[in-house]
Design a protein around this ligand. Structure first.
Ligand code: SF4
Length: 704
């Protein structure tokens, strides 16, 4: 008999509901959940082929370990593997202190997995060295919200797409990266032909092609554009001065700054027409205006300022907290939001608390029943692998992510993994580059097997449910952490019992308590309510009967005086600049049918119909100048590395710009992958690296 299990798609932050069909403990099909408010039954190509990815041939099925790096790993028991990990971590902590170990996690983990990892590091071991691949994805959006609105809380919701009159999409190829949101945008445009869609992107992506206005700005010039739009709206009398006066601080300084950003100056900086800047500003100023943004703003050394400069537009026009209006960051990963809720980053604590805040540390210590939470800041992603390379972090635990593919300046990261004294990798898949570096490899469960919860881009929490049993000796991520933590408590002779959990529900309930009185208060939620009434948005306080679709309708922000803060952002440019040696811009991005490093999508043959192999897209102008034809093999290089791959003529990139998708890594024919070329420079506030842009040179290879 076919069993149907409601769960969530494990790819992107749209967070679509799925119904998994299984028979005889095998996943045989997947359908969209018609009742899920994120997708109402729709699925994109990735989501609708999830069942085809549920295979065993690329899974880690048994624990493996090695005690000598010169020898291959061998199959081991769970006891042998966890005891070795406990001994190595305990000895390292005893000899070098708690900050000599680190945990690197993933936005693919469920909220409950994240919670126990965070408690293990910050509560039991006493280190804040917990960071995640969400640092590469969303941390500038987090910082942008916090500096302006005071809390990491997207104010808008998907339904706002149906109410807006101006949709500003910045740094997001929504049609490829968040396809089900894009379907909703298409439907809104069909229903309301007056809806103006403005896309800000250096490339003419599928999203940009369908826009009413495409602002093809030069890479990294977003702040100049947003300041220029504010300049026009100020000049045209389109600002809401009553709103600015009542609900914000800092406008006077910003006003002085944006006076300089005339359409003429901005057009020169951004490489677009003055008239287009004016048109975009007028459409936005009229409103209601919704902005959606993603990696193009976040993955930048000025990511926080780019986010803030966009949010400035909303605050200056009062376009926030109303139907169809507000800044709305699109979450990349399925549970980047849930990870932030439990404080699963080096700078955060449970319940959206800040590590730097002594009161917040004391609150979390009390909730966990530990003496204190350490004050010293943890290492963020780039800092963490740098510390591994230089030897101050000696043991690292990597869960459900592939930093040997996804980090910038990959040669440096590989050196770090080589240098580390002890590496634990906990993963469901055996095809990641990072897995090769594991001294202990632990088999984890994955989509279709896991239980817990995730939060999507619009703050909506959905249950994740198992349709089939976990294969072979794999275990759930949270169970692995709890088992390790209990063993470590005994080994370190800690008289504590911080990890008494036998179910994910117990973990969820403890997490829920940490949110009491906070902006994301979910004390009114339970597994039972989520199961019976379906996915819910936070906040959802005890006694509430529904969550909140929109935030800040009352104009009260999460700042000490309740007022939002304008940020005086100024345009500064990219980390790497083109020059005579490296004359071309290289942009990176996602393809429609692939996900991350392809550990899952690479297993589904039909997902290669859209793009079979990695290519570098070039303009006709650049190809002609270099006598390169479609399909010619070229070497792309800069000071950090090189790749060899075919060239492809594309009308999506402007002259002097090129594009390579980020999915292919060292398993492909062309080298380590495009991230090897990316600079390790990061935003000083969000610590998010600039993974979208570098400068390169390119030469045609004459093959025999
Ligand atoms: Fe999955 Fe995202 Fe596609 Fe929805 S849009 S089906 S969450 S990949």
């Amino acid at each position: 008999m076919i069993k149907q299990t409601k769960s969530t798609c494990c790819y992107c932050g749209v967070g679509c509901g799925v119904i998994i069909h299984s028979e005889n403990d095998k996943i045989i099909d997947v359908k969209g959940d018609p009742q899920h408010p994120a997708n109402f039954g729709r699925l994109c190509t990735k989501g609708s082929t999830l069942h085809l990815s549920a295979k065993l041939d690329n899974r880690v099925l048994y624990p493996e370990l090695r005690t000598n790096r010169d020898l291959p790993r061998k199959r081991a028991t769970w006891d042998e593997s966890l005891d070795l990990a406990v001994e190595k971590f305990a000895r390292t902590i005893e000899t070098h202190g708690p900050d000599s170990v680190a945990f690197y996690l993933s936005g693919q983990l469920l909220t409950e997995d994240y919670y126990v990892f965070n408690k293990l590091a910050k509560g039991l071991i006493g280190t804040n060295n917990v960071d995640t691949n969400s640092r590469l994805c969303m941390s500038s959006a987090v910082a942008g919200y916090k500096v302006t609105l005071g809390a990491d809380a997207p104010p808008a919701c998907y339904e706002d797409i149906d109410h807006t009159e101006c949709l500003l999409i910045a740094g997001s190829n929504t049609a490829f990266a968040h396809p089900i949101i894009y379907r909703r945008i298409e439907a809104a445009k069909e229903k309301n032909p007056n809806l103006k869609i403005v896309v800000v992107d250096p490339r003419q992506t599928d999203t940009a092609k369908a826009a009413d206005l495409h602002l093809a700005i030069l890479p990294g010039t977003d702040v100049a554009l947003f300041n220029g739009m504010l300049h026009v709206m100020l000049w045209e009398g389109m600002l809401d001065h009553a709103y600015i006066e009542a609900y914000t601080n800092g406008f006077a300084e910003l006003k002085e700054t944006v006076r300089e950003y005339t359409p003429k100056m901005v057009a020169d900086i951004c490489g677009i027409k003055e008239a287009d800047i004016i048109t975009a500003a007028k459409w936005f100023g009229k409103g209601p205006s919704l902005s959606m943004y993603c990696m193009g703003l976040n993955q930048s050394i000025h990511g926080t300022e780019k986010n803030a400069a966009l949010i400035n537009l909303h605050l200056a026009t009062g376009q926030i907290g109303k139907p169809g209006a507000g800044p709305f960051s699109l979450t990349g990963q399925p549970n980047a939001m849930g990870g932030r809720e439990v404080g699963g980053m080096a700078t955060l604590l449970s319940g959206h608390r800040d590590l730097a805040n002594a009161e917040h540390r004391a609150e979390v210590a009390k909730l966990w029943g530990v003496e204190s939470v350490p004050e010293a800041p943890g290492k963020s992603a780039i800092e963490m692998f740098d510390a591994v390379k230089e030897g101050s972090i000696k043991a690292i635990w990597i869960a459900c992510t592939n930093p040997a593919h996804s980090m910038p300046d990959l040669n440096s990261v590989l050196e770090a993994l080589d240098t580390a004294e002890f590496v634990v990798v906990q993963d469901a898949f055996n095809n990641t580059e990072t897995g090769q570096y594991a001294d202990v490899l632990l088999p984890a469960s994955t989509w279709g097997e896991k239980e817990g919860s995730v939060t999507n881009s619009e703050r909506r929490i959905t249950r994740v449910n198992p349709a089939v049993a976990i294969p072979a000796e794999a275990r759930h991520d949270w169970e692995i952490v709890v088992d390790f933590a209990q063993r470590l408590e005994r080994r370190l002779a800690k008289n504590s019992a911080l990890f008494p959990y036998t179910t994910t529900e117990q973990i969820f309930n403890e997490h829920r308590e940490t949110t009491r009185g906070r902006d994301l208060d979910i004390t009114g939620l339970s597994y039972a309510l989520l199961n019976e009434q379906g996915p819910q948005q936070w906040p959802f306080k005890e006694g509430d009967v529904t969550g909140k679709a929109r935030l800040y309708a009352d104009g009260v922000f999460q700042k000490p005086d309740g007022k939002a803060q304008f940020v005086n952002a100024v345009y500064k440019g990219t980390a790497d600049k083109t020059d005579a040696r490296y004359p071309l811009h290289l942009l990176t991005g996602r393809l429609r049918d692939q996900w991350h490093g392809m550990s899952r999508t690479g297993n589904v043959a039909q997902l290669f119909n859209h793009a079979e192999e990695p290519v570098i897209q070039m303009s006709a102008d650049d190809m002609m100048r270099r006598s390169i034809k479609n399909g010619d093999i070229v070497r792309v290089s800069n000071k950090r590395g090189s790749l060899v791959l075919p060239a492809q003529l594309s009308d999506e990139v402007k002259p002097s710009q090129t594009f390579i998708p980020m999915h292919w890594g060292s398993q492909s024919m062309h080298g380590l992958g495009v991230n090897a070329l990316m600079p390790p420079n990061y935003d000083k506030t969000s610590k998010q690296p600039e993974l979208k842009h570098t400068a390169i040179k390119l030469e045609k290879l004459e093959l025999p």
